[in-house]
Design a protein around this ligand. Sequence first.
Ligand code: URA
Length: 442
Amino acid sequence: MRMYDLIEKKRDGGELTEEEIRWMLQGYVAGEIPDYQMSAMLMAIFFRGMTDQETSVMTDAVAHSGDMVDLSPIEGVKVDKHSTGGVGDKTTLVIAPIAAACGVKVAKISGRGLGHTGGTVDKLESIPGLRTDLDMREFFDAVNRTGLAVIGQSGNMTPADKKLYALRDVTATVNSIPLIAVSIMGKKLAAGSDAILLDVTCGSGAFMKELDDAVELAKKMVQIGEQAGKRMAALITDMDTPLGYYIGNSLEIIESVEVLKGRGPEDLREVCLALSSNMLYLSGCGSLEECREKAREAIESGAALKRLADMVQAQGGDPGYILDTDRFARAPYCGKVTAPRDGYIVRMDTAGCGTASSMLGAGRVTVDSVIDPAAGIILKKKTGDAVKAGDVLAELYTSKEELLADAQKRYLEAIAIGDDRPCEKPLILARVEGGRAEIYQP
Ligand code: URA
């Protein structure tokens, strides 16, 4: 087989066979196919797309390109949740403890921040002492004892995705629905859970800007998971505005704890209830309504908050930070961003808000950047809010004063103020299960 012929076939709209796809990925991971040929293939896929058969085979090949996690040492139903990424998206920190408090196991392998989006592993590492590099024995043990654990991806999981993602990142081929489906579902299948809930974000802070594209991606990923024998569903959630009011690593832990204490902002609470009830539903805990009631009860009784504190302790962290979030160190420098005029916030470039947070030290500018756990943004106004000139729109926090000015400028650029209050949008835009999409958007 020759890579040249496969590129030519895909370029001309042909369908790659299973044998060709497996040969190509094995050769690429082994270093036998060079980046320039794989780049050409990715661009051909970007323009020509992939059939369902090609997408399923490529996902399976990515999943099997490295270690497959066998979660059988963990008793009971194991449920996973994956978000396609967002800003202020801290839902894992709330819903994994809720699911565990309701008797379901969450053995989660999470990522670090990527571009303007945050990552659960970076957030958890802002808790002093907490380790996200547990070995598999420690991981299984922690889940069996506390019902949940969250670790980073180990060295040899889905090496094909690591190489392909890095190449897509520099060849303008990230935003392809089949390639995103392959990348996400390859990792999810390798991670070994029985049930997977997908949170496909949609809007200015997400990969998918349009609802139609988000639904198409969700349907594709649900189908791939079902073919692999997993129980699957997806929610399409709004990411046209940051989720909640806190962006940044320790700031997002603090806001998650607020929700687990029965407080916190309405939008974050609502999205967390929707996601956790769907996780419980997929795990066989009852109807969606019954599961929502169970999730609510896990918050009200304090059982979910206790699970988070137990998880932190089991992973070597100090649970005192969960029980009293005032213990988190505050960043020494704060700069405010104020409204330049009267009006309403009509739009937020949510990716821009995430970039401003990264610029303060909350994310990585280069792969070697050291994260500032206390850096980030506290929003004071969001889309739909009325503002007067001089009102504080957001407070920006950092440990390096010299980073403030550029981040303030970037944040202000991300906010559009107009004369008329924009229409409200639902937080949950659609739900996908069994090949069907229920759209909640008017
Ligand atoms: N997240 C992933 O893991 N992969 C993609 O391709 C996009 C988002």
